[in-house]
Design a binder for this molecule. Structure first.
Ligand code: HEM
Length: 222
């Protein structure tokens, strides 16, 4: 066998690099779809989409949407190892903005959910908001105390709570779910909140659950 490094083997040596790109590509496409279907109509104050929001919840909506958008846009940069190695100061600044954006967007979702209803989704909003706040604050605490491994892991736990926004709206567009009406919305929202809380633990522990054969052999050899 040749010992010359083969660049085409890169994906085998860094499998997560490819899954990370696929992940951001998937959610980037969802973001475009959601902006086109749900957010563009909101730009028109005479649209039914805008009329759907009660005047009281419109006050909360602007800071909520701006904070949420900022957090969703910044996080992919924070997960870039290349960017962090290139400019650690930029990573720190963007990280602080991400934390600030979450601190604004997440609590404001609760009055919006309470005003807009349905009541069946109020606790889902509380769970999603508190999950997003708590995981982000733990990630911040870990980096302030120099615990880089835990900081990365809690950031991986934080971001999915924001991504629920994109996942739920994308799923609402699936015809079979759309036809279910309110029940479909409730099932989708609760499932996505559950997935946001559970999937990161699986991602973080992926290599420990499925070790590479090479790693197993090295352990067996002492
Ligand atoms: C803790 C996380 C979040 C919760 C609990 C939450 C909750 C909500 C709720 C209950 C509504 C009203 C929906 C309706 O009545 O149709 C809403 C609207 C909205 N949220 Fe959030 N949200 C969260 C995160 C985000 C994020 C990350 C963004 C970033 C883009 C965002 C942007 C918006 C926008 C633009 C609207 C108005 C348009 C729409 O409903 O599509 N939210 N949110």
């Amino acid at each position: 066998m040749s010992s010359v490094p083969n660049p085409s083997n890169q994906s085998l040596r860094f499998p997560f690099l490819n899954s990370k790109r696929a992940f951001f590509l998937l959610f980037g496409s969802m973001a475009l779809l959601v902006i086109y279907v749900f957010e563009v109509p909101l730009m028109n104050p005479n649209s039914p989409a805008w009329a759907h929001f009660a005047p009281k919840s419109r006050l909360w909506l602007l800071p909520h949407a701006l904070g949420g958008t900022l957090a969703l846009l910044l996080a992919p940069f924070q997960f870039s190892n290349r960017l962090r190695r290139w400019n650690l100061q930029l990573h720190r600044v963007l990280g602080r903005i991400y934390v600030g954006a979450v601190m604004v967007a997440a609590p404001m979702a609760i009055p919006i959910a309470a005003i807009q209803g349905p009541p069946e989704l109020l606790m889902a909003a509380v769970m999603q908001s508190s999950g997003w706040l708590i995981t982000t604050l733990i990630a911040l605490y870990c980096i302030r105390t120099g615990n880089i491994t835990q900081h990365r892991q809690w950031m991986i736990r934080s971001y999915p709570f924001g991504l629920v926004f994109l996942a739920t709206r994308t799923l609402f567009l699936v015809p079979a779910i759309h036809r279910m009406g309110l029940l479909g919305i409730i099932e989708v929202v609760w499932s996505c909140v559950f997935a946001a809380a559970f999937i990161p633990t699986f991602v973080i522990n992926w290599r420990a659950i499925f070790p590479l054969k090479k790693m197993q052999a090295a352990k067996a050899g002492g």
